[in-house]
Write a new protein. Structure first.
Length: 291
C-alpha cells in the first residue's frame, strides 16, 4: 500500500507554529526543517529500515518524524518543549494516520533521559546546535543497543565529530566520540531549508558504534585525560597533563611508559593512545576542555 504521509512544507510549518503560538528560541536551538526532500534524504542516508525503532531527539514540529515513520517500525521522539511534545501526536495523526500508533513521545530533556519505553536500534535526529555533542555522548553511554545513527548538526560541529588526529578540527568531541564509534561526515545541508533560517550551514554525520579501545583504564579516566590534553591545546602533553600527574616530570614518565612523546600535543593522539596514557596516569579532577 502506498504511503499517504503528507510531509511538512514551509507553509504547513508556519501554520503549525501560528496555531501553537510558537516563537522559536535560540536558547533551545529551535530551527525547523521546512523542506520535504531534505528529510527524505536524511532518512535514506541513515539507512532506516522497516525493522528499526528510531530514537529522535528534538522532533520539533515533526518534519523529520513524519519521514521516519514512513520508513521505520516505530519512532521514540524525545522533546523537551512541552508545547511541541503535546502537539506532535496530533500532527502525525493528521498527516500520517496509518503510523500514529508507531509514535511514542517522551517529554523530557534528552540529557536527563535514562530509560525509554522502547529500545532504539538507530538514532536519527536534527540535534539542537547548543547541546549536540553532550547529547550524543549521553545517548552512546546510556543506550547501548543502538548500533547506527545519523545526526544533523552545525557544520563546524560535524567537522569536529568526524575529525581524525592531526586535523585542525580534531579535539575533545572527536576523541570522545572515537571511544564509542566510527564517525564520518556524509553530507551538507544549506541554511535555507530551515525556519527560522540560521546563520550557519549544517552537516550530516554518520555514526557506527564499535567496541572501545582495549584498556585497563575506565572511560571516565580516559575522558579526564582527553579533557586535560585539550584544555590548553597548544601545550605539550607533559605540561598539559602535569596537573593530573602531580608534576611535569611525572607526566613525562607516564607518557614515555605509554609510548607517547612527552613533547607531543593532544591533537596528534588517537583515543587508543589516550587510553594507554590513562593506564599509567593517576587521574584526579583537572581542567576541562570545551566540547
Amino acid at each position: 500500500m502506498a504511503s499517504v504521509t503528507r510531509l511538512l512544507d514551509p507553509r504547513s510549518v508556519r501554520e503549525l507554529a501560528t496555531r501553537l503560538g510558537l516563537r522559536p528560541t535560540k536558547q533551545r536551538g529551535q530551527n525547523f526543517v521546512v523542506d520535504a526532500n531534505t528529510v527524505r534524504r536524511i532518512v535514506t542516508t541513515a539507512g532506516v529500515t522497516a525493522d528499526d525503532v528510531v530514537l529522535e531527539i528534538g522532533p520539533g514540529l515533526g518534519s523529520l518524524t513524519l519521514a521516519l515513520l514512513d520508513a521505520a517500525a516505530g519512532v521514540v521522539a524525545v522533546e523537551i518543549d512541552e508545547l511541541l511534545a503535546g502537539a506532535l501526536p496530533a500532527t502525525v495523526a493528521d498527516r500520517s494516520p496509518e503510523h500514529a500508533d508507531a509514535l511514542t513521545v517522551v517529554t523530557a530533556d534528552a540529557l536527563a533521559v535514562r530509560t525509554l519505553p522502547r529500545t532504539p536500534t538507530r538514532v536519527v535526529a536534527n540535534l539542537p546546535y547548543n547541546v549536540s555533542v553532550p547529547v550524543l555522548l549521553h545517548l552512546l553511554e546510556t543506550f547501548p543497543d543502538w548500533r547506527h545513527g545519523l545526526v544533523m548538526v552545525q557544520a563546524e560541529v560535524a567537522d569536529r565529530l568526524a575529525a581524525g588526529p592531526g586535523s585542525r578540527t580534531y579535539g575533545v568531541p572527536s576523541a570522545k566520540m572515537a571511544w564509542w564509534a566510527e564517525t564520518a561526515r556524509v553530507g551538507s545541508v544549506p541554511a535555507a531549508v530551515f525556519w527560522p533560517v540560521p546563520n550557519v550551514e549544517s552537516g550530516l554525520v554518520r555514526i557506527t558504534r564499535r567496541p572501545p579501545p582495549e584498556t585497563t583504564a575506565d572511560r571516565a579516566h580516559v575522558f579526564a585525560v582527553i579533557d586535560a590534553a585539550f584544555a590548553q591545546r597548544r601545550k605539550m602533553l607533559r605540561s598539559a597533563l602535569a596537573g593530573l600527574a602531580g608534576s611535569s616530570a611525572a607526566a613525562s614518565e607516564a607518557l614515555t611508559a605509554a609510548g607517547v612523546d612527552p613533547t607531543a600535543r593532544g591533537e596528534t593522539l588517537d583515543v587508543a593512545a589516550f587510553a594507554r596514557i590513562a593506564e599509567r596516569l593517576p587521574v584526579t579532577p583537572g581542567p576541562r576542555a570545551r566540547t
